[in-house]
Write a protein that binds this ligand. Structure first.
Ligand code: 3HC
Ligand code: NAI
Length: 727
């Protein structure tokens, strides 16, 4: 325990002295749980502590450290919303504090554990030295929130790690480990064991050394190259960074702004560089992109909180699982659990299917090793965890069983009846079904409260989304456990209600339907894909169909044809392509042709064919703008999303947004379909949908919730808050 020699500045920032005999090291501890975000009060508290230690001649060095699980996760992101909504003024921020720290005339040693992110790293760089525990992480993740470092990070970082690494860290936003930071000169020493004790000892070691202000550093490194670089090399570094940003962060403005400002560090003085940083930071902060990305950041955390399931809900133990079916999904799900360290029993119907499933798992792991994503040792350990079987022996020992057999109700019920007989009481019984009724599946067991849907997305070991489907009887404990489990599996779990297609696929139906209608009305296949790709979708809808396999939807449509309302227009081109054996990538042709590397090649014949079919069906052909393509497809998502909200299939609009950002390639900088609709304005979206209703008939009937919100001048996001208040 630290002794408090000074009165505490306030609870958020404490100033104490070391307990050694000399008591000449001051310790400033930031204590703002959970992540020590730099709220305005924390900034003021640190400034007061620094002022006090500067005046005290008995103090020879200062250690700045974070209390709790982490150093500092950055500026308080909640403040940004207050600023952009006009509820708070944008002040000078952290910049003056960092100059104040750098100007202290005794060494300030920053001691880092957990994360030094964003403003946290910027603050650390204003210290004269940095020490860190080996597993600490350091980064400037601001671009992921649509902003750039706003407290001199773009100017100090290149002075410490060099231009190439600084531009990478600021533009891509990924953290580096303390080990790497040590090599780069961002950290001066790693501390094994007690961080505070190590930092105090370090501060004594360097007390006599001359102080180095980061903003004045431009020394030469070993290879005789200055950290701020030389013009010719810098030009190619920044050109490469811009090119990468255009492809990897397509459509985002913050990475390009970050690159501009790091580049400015190589041309301008520190002060001028900071001025430019402030200007671009402000432009980014007030952009729609940043608001959307901040919505996505908090949304990802909000979806974990279920209004009617208290935080204290007891969790069931899940330490081992069984997966039934080792096909496309079952194999991937087994990998997901094994990757997270769970022993997995993998059951198949017969030996050839089991061998095929295991071979695919091995192939997938090997390709990750080849690409350098996983080590061979990691893979060997994971494979050890997967135990293949053809029987239900040992199912009584697992805590959870996940069924991933063919999509068919009779088979699913048979499997669940079996699981009910063999699994221990209290085990969770989950289905990976993508369309079937969870309640009906649960009815095959004597314990429907233990049954739940865990809808993984393909490829399960890659896609982050996990829809957790709540049956009528699913118990709160089972739901809470699955939500928590999703985190352990590195997935984003979103709770959804039970209906055909749940949330994601149910909305995707109208989206792909409109894409097909547009092609049938005269838009080329490529123009539909291009319009949505340019909107920011990871892939156009036609290419997505080819990837997933056009035959999947075709089979489902054939099964459910009897439910279609007569006289309502249905797309037909995709079914005709399937009848011609064009199933997409798997058959080498679908909407596109595919070469041996599965690269899509536009096929003029298909465009011609569809035009012919459409004319024969009496569909007028016309030129269709990209704007209409985007509106028709994206508003189809929004209208269905509004119905889903109304029916309570999704609890909040943000749940839908997080599903679309993590499972359907919706651009994060647009915040998800419901957030995007709010950004456009629900009155405008409603008007356009009403026009489509007039032009294209009843499939476009506006959702009553959308109509109400548009008329009341409200947003889907406000509805989130309304329901949160009600809960
Ligand atoms: N501001 C406000 N709240 C924050 C926050 C921040 N910077 N970082 C995290 N939180 C909140 C989360 O919303 C969450 O709140 P909740 O419990 O109410 O849901 C809580 O802290 C815990 O966060 P996580 O659930 O994410 O906890 P993890 O342990 O999984 O992750 C983390 C911790 C790695 C630090 C992660 O929270 C993170 O990446 N945070 C954001 C980091 C970031 O983007 N920093 C840059 C901020 S912008 C900036 O600094 C601008 C500067 O240049 C001026
Ligand atoms: P798949 O056809 O690739 O695999 C199904 C496997 O189940 C086969 O290997 C089969 O041999 C096995 N199986 C059948 N009866 C069995 C039994 N009695 N015991 C053990 N194994 C048995 O199917 P896929 O694509 O993996 O789909 C599985 C489930 O996941 C389906 O419910 C599907 O709707 C759902 N799903 C599929 C997605 C996809 O993109 N393929 C995405 C999300 C969900």
């Amino acid at each position: 325990m630290l002794e408090r020699e000074f009165s505490a500045m306030d609870d958020l920032v404490q100033l104490t002295r070391d307990k050694d005999k000399d008591k000449d090291v001051a310790i400033i501890t930031i204590n703002n749980p959970p992540v020590n975000a730099l709220s305005p009060s924390v900034v003021q508290g640190i400034a007061r502590a620094i002022e006090q230690v500067s005046k005290d001649d008995a103090i020879k060095a200062v250690v700045l450290i974070g209390a709790g699980r982490t150093f500092i996760a950055g500026a308080d992101i909640k403040e940004f919303g207050k600023i952009t909504s006009g509820k708070a003024q944008r002040g000078a921020g952290l910049l003056p504090l960092l100059l104040q720290i750098e100007d202290v005339r005794k060494p300030v040693v920053v001691a880092i554990h957990g994360s030094a992110f964003g403003g946290g790293l910027e603050l650390a760089m204003a210290g004269h030295y940095r020490v860190a525990v080996p597993n600490a992480q350091l980064g400037q993740p601001e671009v992921k929130l649509g902003i750039i470092p706003g407290a001199g990070g773009t100017q100090r970082l290149p002075r410490l790690v060099g231009v190439a690494k600084a531009v990478e860290m600021c533009a891509e936003g990924n953290p580096i480990t303390a080990q790497e930071a040590l090599k780069l000169g961002l950290v001066d020493q790693l501390i094994e064991g007690d961080l505070l004790a190590g930092a105090i000892a370090f501060s004594r070691d360097i007390a006599a050394k001359p102080l180095r202000k980061t903003r004045e550093r431009n020394e030469r490194v070993r290879n005789e190259k200055e950290k701020l670089g030389v013009p010719e090399q810098n030009a190619s570094i920044f050109a490469a960074a811009r090119e990468k940003a255009h492809t990897k962060q397509r459509g985002m403005m913050s990475p390009l702004a970050a690159i501009d400002v790091v580049e400015a560090a190589t041309r301008l003085s520190f002060e001028e560089g900071c001025q430019l940083e402030q200007k671009l930071f402000g432009e980014c902060l007030f952009s729609d992109q940043s608001k959307a990305l901040i919505h996505a950041f908090f949304g990802e955390r909000e979806v974990a909180k279920i209004p009617d399931i208290p935080k204290e809900t007891a969790l069931l133990p899940v330490d081992s699982v069984a997966v039934v079916g080792a096909g496309t999904m079952g194999g991937g799900i087994a990998m997901v659990f094994a990757n997270a360290g769970f022993p997995v029993l993998l059951k198949e119907a017969d030996q050839p299917a089991l061998d095929r499933g295991l071979a695919t798992i091995q192939k997938n792991y090997q390709s990750s090793v080849k690409r350098g994503r996983l080590t061979q040792q990691f893979v060997d350990e994971r494979l050890q965890l997967i135990k293949p079987t053809l029987s239900y022996n040992d199912f009584d020992k697992v805590d959870m069983a996940i069924e991933a057999v063919f999509e068919g109700m009779a088979l699913k019920k048979e499997i669940f009846g079996q699981l009910d007989r063999v699994c221990r009481p209290g085990a969770i019984l989950a289905s990976n079904t993508s369309t079937l009724d969870i309640d009906e599946i649960a009815s095959a067991t004597s314990r429907p409260d233990a049954v739940i849907g865990t809808h993984f997305f393909s490829p399960a070991n890659i896609m982050r989304l996990l829809e957790i489907v709540r049956g009528k009887a699913s118990s709160k404990e089972v739901i809470a456990t699955c939500m928590q489990l999703s985190k352990k599996l590195a997935k984003v779990g979103v709770l959804v209600g039970n209906c055909r297609g749940f949330v994601g696929n149910r909305m995707f139906g109208p989206y792909r339907r409109e894409a097909q209608f547009l092609v049938e009305e005269g838009a080329s296949i490529e123009s539909v894909d291009k319009a949505l790709f340019d909107f920011g979708m990871a892939m156009g809808p036609m290419a997505t169909g080819d990837l997933a396999g056009l035959d999947v939807g075709w089979r489902i449509r054939k099964e459910y044809r009897h439910l279609e309302k007569r006289g309502v227009r249905q797309p037909f081109a995709e079914d005709r392509l399937c009848e011609l054996g064009r199933y997409g990538q798997k058959t080498g042709a679908g909407w596109y042709k595919y070469d041996e590397n599965r690269r899509p090649i536009p096929d003029p014949e298909v465009n011609e064919m569809v035009r012919g079919w459409a004319r024969a069906a009496g569909i007028a052909q016309r030129n269709i703008s990209s704007e209409e393509i985007v509106e028709r497809c994206i508003y189809a998502l929004v209208n269905e999303g509004a119905r889903i909200l109304e029916e309570g299939i999704a609890g909040r609009a943000v749940d839908i947004d997080i599903i679309y950002l993590n499972g359907y390639g919706f651009p994060a900088y647009r915040g998800g379909p419901m957030w995007y609709a709010d950004t456009v304005g629900l009155d405008k979206v409603y008007r356009r949908i009403s026009e489509f209703h007039q032009q294209h008939g009843e499939l476009w009937e506006p959702a009553p919730l959308l109509k109400r919100l548009a008329e009341e001048g409200k947003t889907f996001a406000a509805l989130n808050r309304e329901s949160a208040v009600m809960a």
